[in-house]
Design a protein around this ligand. Sequence first.
Ligand SMILES: Nc1nc2c(ncn2[C@@H]2O[C@H](COP(=O)(O)OP(=O)(O)OP(=O)(O)O)[C@@H](O)[C@H]2O)c(=O)[nH]1
Ligand SMILES: [Mg+2]
Length: 215
Amino acid sequence: MPSSRYAYQPSREFHVVVLGAGGVGKSCLTAQFVHNEWIESYDPTIEDSYRTQVSVDGRQVMLEILDTAGTEQFVAMRDLYMKTGQGFLLVFSITSRASLQELVTLRDEIIRIKDDENIPIVIVGNKADLVDQRQVDRAKAFSISQRWQAPYYEASARTRTNVDEVFVDLCRQMLRRDDAQEHSQDSYYDKGEDPSSSRRRRKRKQKQGPRCAIL
Ligand SMILES: Nc1nc2c(ncn2[C@@H]2O[C@H](COP(=O)(O)OP(=O)(O)OP(=O)(O)O)[C@@H](O)[C@H]2O)c(=O)[nH]1
Ligand SMILES: [Mg+2]
């Protein structure tokens, strides 16, 4: 749960980017996570950022969350924030098949820009409260998540279902990755190796890490 009341210094700071088509609920999920508030009205985002502290498995983590624009006119900014992002929430709405389709392009772009297939990602099927309007089967979203080796959560910003969980899962992935990199850097120095020359090996190692799917 986010909190700015913790007395101790966070051990890590991560950049999280929230991506997805227009109107899927990126801002609402972020507002629920950071401020515990529900926003009924729709005000398309240009770009907003938030800093919040979160406790994950007893570790304090500072998150810089970038809530991005889903609408096409602002896509030029994507390259820049994809470069800075260390973890990505890919959000679609379970009421829109097209919004799931849009994630395919976004993920391709992230992987191209980061040049890394194992970048921390969580797939979020938002608006799960709108059961009567469902257009995307769980099975369909789940099969994509398996293909991408990224966890899938159904969430609702309205009912605050799985809101903390998606951010915390992403934090765990980023922490795990950070720990693994630190650990492998230590061993390169121990062996007198140049850490930058061993990036590829590190990527292979992370691929084997555990991934889960929660429906
Ligand atoms: N029923 C329901 N409505 C939601 C949910 N999340 C968001 N909405 C509504 O969907 C509309 C769009 O939500 P936003 O969070 O602004 O969408 P966005 O993805 O940030 O849109 P852009 O900023 O244009 O990219 C708003 O009217 C919200 O109230 C949800 O979980 N359930
Ligand atoms: Mg928005």
